[in-house]
Design a protein around this ligand. Structure first.
Ligand code: ADP
Length: 274
């Protein structure tokens, strides 16, 4: 939706031919973009089970500003996926509250696109058939190149592009990605990192869950560093680099300094042993 006086945001800066796949899609559906709503977590805690149970998340208070790209990096089992499910309204916190703008999250959030580690695509449908599924939109342009190929014919990287395109189809205000690239080979993963940070607009608030320190920094404006279970916030780091970003950024002293800061947190709490 666009409010009076706002400029449309149009994605234009895709230098790679293989990114045409999402480029046309972006132009079609994201040209009516407005600035996204903030997500506010106040004392959010999650314990699974009864009695002592399993405390997945220690009390957590944090605000994700509208249009911000935020990564959450932490060890396995620290509650990252739980946090994503709570924000999407797929599960309820044990204590505390989550608001989007002024609205409390009390059930599944409608305006959200989610991408999981497994792409959850349907083998028997074409690329176009998969992308069109959630919104049941009748007309779609911009997916010309690979649109009619069957999923079983695609590489892992291309499959995750389809999953991202599907998540973006309804032009959601929130894009939640749970380890979307961890099953890919290293080079494809790098390429997907480049693509993801180029897709970021002021309209979409993005939350990327990852185990990779470098991916967390490269793809985001801000990195939330989580401790081991129960997940608590160890650090909240602003990532100052402008977009679009190139992979060579990862070799700069400024980038490696942020990586070091995160690694030192993990070493201090015993998640990493140097
Ligand atoms: P991460 O995504 O960081 O690996 P999760 O959010 O998946 O962590 O899980 C955090 C902790 O909560 C883990 O110890 C996990 O076993 C536990 N957990 C997650 N989901 C459930 C559930 N539905 N029931 C019981 N325990 C769960």
């Amino acid at each position: 939706m666009m409010r009076a006086g706002e400029c449309p945001v149009i994605l234009t800066s895709f230098p790679y031919h293989d990114n045409d796949f999402i480029r046309g899609f972006g132009r079609e559906f994201r040209s009516m973009a407005a600035v996204g709503e903030p997500i506010c977590l106040e004392g959010v805690e999650k314990t699974y089970g009864v009695g002592e149970g399993v405390q997945a998340i220690a009390p957590l208070s944090v605000e994700l500003r509208g249009g911000e790209a935020v990564s959450v990096v932490g060890p396995s089992g620290c509650g990252k996926s739980t946090l994503m499910r709570l924000i999407a309204g797929l599960d309820a916190p044990t204590r505390g509250a989550i608001r989007i703008g002024t609205m409390p999250v009390t059930g599944p959030v409608p305006d959200v696109g989610i991408v999981f580690q497994r792409d959850l695509l349907l083998e028997w449908r074409s690329v176009l058939g998969n992308v069109m599924l959630p919104a049941e939109i009748k007309r779609l342009t911009g997916l010309q190149a690979r649109a009619t190929e069957l999923l079983r014919e695609l590489s892992g990287g291309m499959r995750q592009r389809v999953a991202i395109a599907r998540a973006l189809l309804t032009d959601p205000s929130f894009l939640l990605l749970d380890e979307p690239f961890s099953a890919l080979d290293a080079l494809t993963r790098d390429q997907m990192n480049v693509l993801l940070q180029r897709l970021q607009t002021t309209h979409t608030t993005t939350l990327l869950i990852t185990h990779s320190i470098s991916e967390a920094i490269f793809c985001a404006d801000r990195v939330l560093v989580m401790s081991g279970r129960p997940g608590a916030l160890l650090d909240d780091i602003r990532v100052p680099f402008s977009r679009p970003r190139k992979l060579a950024l990862r070799e700069t002293p400024e980038f490696t300094a942020i990586g070091r800061r995160i690694r030192e947190h993990f070493e201090k709490v015993g998640v990493l042993v140097g």
